[in-house]
Ligand binder design. Structure first.
Ligand code: NAD
Length: 343
């Protein structure tokens, strides 16, 4: 192994350049204006990871391999998340997916996996106090996000008030999910903005969703038919009085409760017992990638049981109890070349 303390100058320089480039790409991506494809971004990230594997002394807290998301912009007020928002580890093939499952199973006895679609949108955090939506924020760097409450209030499926017909709303509930623009609505939006000249067409639904959500004027956001699907829980304090105190015990049980409170859930998630079934789910949606009304870029598999999730814990940027299986990119290179030329 090379002597960790003597990193060749050219490696050090390339490492610094990769960090700079990746930070810049992240920033543009979160604004909805990326200039490279996700595959190109992932390749640069892999090069950075390989470099840091070889020279661990280059790893700092500030490296893109160690942190979540992008810097906060000055356009919105900062909000601190109650519980940190994370990214996801990636698997690009079955071997990497199996390796994740083997690592998890070596530490805890996993008897159920929850599989769901990886929606290609933006992570948003919602906070409900005694059933009322009080704040919505972007993921930001995972610790601090941007206050986009007014914009999120324009999303039809996001309840202002939790439904209490089944059980009282919790004292405090922080949920995370993906905000996205359905493909059909994206196409209509592009036709409309091209026709009335109000905006250049968006390259894909994700960029359109990012641009729409980060509007400074919520009246503009209101004209964009954004939707949301919830896929995680942050802070939680059960109802103070009057109700049965329900605890969240698993991802799937939490989804049932969130659904009863009227939060938007996917009906495509499955709880399965074996990795064979996880692989079947991955293969099914690889072949039926365009069945959902929104774009997906992979499958997320989570250890279902919350006690096991806690035991598995997280790295600096992603939970060990979940993995994203990324499908190969479908982007058209010529479009991206055009975008690059335009910048
Ligand atoms: P990620 O997108 O790979 O995964 C984490 C995110 O997945 C979560 O924050 C969440 O919002 C989302 N997600 C969707 N469905 C989910 C579900 N069912 N359960 C849980 N989470 C779900 O990681 P990231 O850190 O957000 O971004 C990194 C990726 O973004 C890169 O791999 C690259 O593809 C892309 N990216 C592209 C550029 C670019 O310039 N093209 C720049 C930065 C990032």
């Amino acid at each position: 192994a090379p002597d960790n303390t003597t990193v060749p100058d050219e490696v050090r320089a390339r490492h610094a350049e990769l960090c700079r480039e990746l930070d810049d790409h992240s920033y543009r991506y979160y604004l909805g204006n990326p200039i490279v494809s996700d595959a190109e971004y992932d390749q640069l990230m892999q090069e950075l990871r390989d470099t840091e594997d070889e020279y661990p002394i280059l790893i700092t807290q500030d490296s893109p391999t160690q942190k979540v998301g992008a810097p906060i912009s000055v356009d919105f007020a900062e909000v601190e998340h109650l519980v940190r928002m994370e990214s996801l580890g990636n698997a690009f093939n079955t071997d990497e997916l199996n390796a994740w499952a083997d690592r998890a199973s070596a530490e805890v006895p996993v008897s159920a996996y929850l599989c769901e679609l990886k929606i290609d949108g933006l992570a948003v955090d919602l906070v409900y106090e005694r059933g009322r939506l009080i704040r919505a924020a972007t993921r930001g760097d995972g610790r601090v996000g941007e206050d986009i409450t007014l914009n999120v209030r324009t999303i039809a499926v996001v309840p202002e008030q939790l439904d209490e017909s089944v059980r009282p709303a919790p004292e405090l509930l922080e949920v995370r999910g993906e905000v996205f623009l359905p493909v059909e609505d994206f196409e209509k939006l592009n036709q409309r903005i091209t026709a009335d000249g109000s905006h250049a067409p968006f390259a894909n639904p994700r960029n359109a969703a990012a641009g729409s959500l980060r509007q400074k004027d919520p009246r503009v956001t209101a004209t964009r038919p954004l939707s949301m699907i919830v896929h995680g829980v942050g802070a939680y304090t059960p109802a103070a009085q009057g109700g049965e105190d329900v605890a969240f015990t698993s991802q799937s049980q939490a989804y049932t409760l969130l659904g009863e409170w009227g939060l938007p859930l996917s009906d495509r998630y499955r709880v399965v017992a074996t990795m064979d079934e996880v692989r079947e789910y991955v293969a099914h949606y690889q072949a039926h990638r365009h069945d959902p009304a929104y774009e997906i870029d992979g499958i997320v598999t989570k250890v279902d049981d919350f006690a096991l999730q806690r035991r598995l814990g997280s790295t600096s940027r992603a939970p060990r109890w979940a993995i994203a299986y990324k499908y190969p990119p479908e982007e058209v290179t010529t479009t991206l070349v055009d975008i690059k030329v335009g910048v």
